[in-house]
Write a protein that binds this ligand. Structure first.
Ligand SMILES: Nc1ncnc2c1ncn2[C@@H]1O[C@H](COP(=O)(O)OP(=O)(O)OP(=O)(O)O)[C@@H](O)[C@H]1O
Ligand SMILES: [Mg+2]
Length: 338
């Protein structure tokens, strides 16, 4: 659905100094998926997403959406193509002098729809975002979450195939964030809309994204299905982000002064529901002291971590470790005190 090839965006500062926004990014985003892009401030996320609808003109590289190479289109055709790409922002950008109804109607008018079509569509959209009772209110009379719902309705007005979200929930409190994410999830499922979502919060990714790209210094440094990245982050930055939501590590003082072998076991997917640990104690003469245990659900798929101190005869402990390694393929000996 979206294909980005070797995209580069270089800005020129007033002193004619070059600032790199996006540095040679290539991506493929599939139809109907929710694709997350995460990175710290200045990583180039907004630059990248703004290049997707040519709100920012790429310095070089290609952007193809739904078979159309946007970077090659004339001004007029680009305007038309843009109607099929909705966008929402952190600060909503609603017209303050217009009512909720008028804010949404505006996008439809711009696309040349008749008043009758506009009226029916605005009402349908307000229903979809749960704001049917607010149509005559002004933005100042709405909460942040409600404003973002108007933003979403407006972005969906012309039935786009793609919705770009630049920090759409960053100005909202956690529970409002959740309700907006749920709305995006519903829209994704109901309308089959492809969603690209920029965030600096891993919690948001964990909640709704199917795949994820991690950005640093204008580059995509890691990319893949969200669950795989949570289970096996490779880059230090990705590990930092995962750590921020999963907190699977132990405080150092808990590890010190232990007599046994401390093992960390990670359970992925269905295996998180298996009885590996109880089987272990039935089969081997070892004792286990549980130091930490947690199962997180990444969109309903479990990812668990269990940290234990094993004590017993060294040979038996080793056999037990081999056994767990075989069953989970993911065991790390944190500390081994012989
Ligand atoms: N219009 C601009 N002119 C000059 N430099 C810019 C411009 N927009 C962005 N940059 C620079 O490009 C780099 C990437 O910025 P960008 O806004 O894409 O980052 P970001 O990941 O969206 O950050 P944030 O999380 O703070 O929104 C930064 O170094 C920034 O200073
Ligand atoms: Mg940004």
């Amino acid at each position: 659905m979206i294909e980005v090839n070797n995209l580069v965006k270089v800005y020129r500062s007033k002193k004619n100094k070059e600032v790199i926004g996006v540095n040679d990014v290539s991506l493929k985003i599939k139809e109907g998926e929710i694709y997350g892009i995460i990175g710290y401030s200045g990583a180039g996320k907004s630059s990248l997403i703004r290049c997707l609808n040519l709100l920012e003109i790429p310095t070089s590289g290609k952007v193809k959406i739904d078979g159309l190479e946007l970077t090659k289109l004339s001004e007029k055709n680009l305007r038309k193509a843009r109607q099929k790409i909705g966008m929402i922002f952190q600060h909503f950008y609603l017209a303050s002098s217009k009512t909720v109804y008028e804010n949404i109607a505006f996008a439809l008018k711009a696309a040349g729809k008749s008043p009758k079509e506009i009226d029916a569509r605005v009402k349908e959209l307000l229903e979809l975002v749960g704001l049917s009772d607010k149509l005559n209110q002004y933005p100042a009379q709405l909460s942040g979450g409600q404003k973002q719902r108007v933003g979403i309705a407006r972005a969906l007005a012309n039935e786009p195939k793609v919705l770009l979200c630049d920090e759409a929930t960053s100005a909202l409190d956690p529970s409002t964030t959740k309700s907006i994410l749920n709305l995006l999830k519903t829209i994704n499922q109901k309308l089959g809309l492809t969603i690209v979502l920029i965030t600096h919060e891993m919690e948001v990714v964990k909640e709704i994204c199917h795949r994820l790209a991690v950005m640093q210094d204008g580059k995509v440094i890691e990319e893949g299905p969200v669950y795989d990245i949570f289970a096996n982050p490779v880059q230090p930055l990705t590990k930092d982000f995962i750590q921020s939501v999963l907190q699977f590590n132990l405080p150092q003082q808990l590890i010190e002064n232990r007599k046994g072998t401390i093992i960390k076991i990670q359970f992925k997917g269905a295996i998180a529901e298996e009885s590996v640990v109880s089987d272990l104690f039935q089969q081997f003469k070892v004792k286990g002291n549980i130091l930490h245990g947690k199962i997180e659900y990444i969109q309903d798929v479990p990812l668990g971590v269990f940290i234990m101190e094993l004590t017993g005869e060294e040979k038996e402990v080793q056999r037990a470790i081999n056994y767990i390694e075989e069953r989970t393929q993911n065991l790390e000996v944190v500390e081994h005190v012989a």
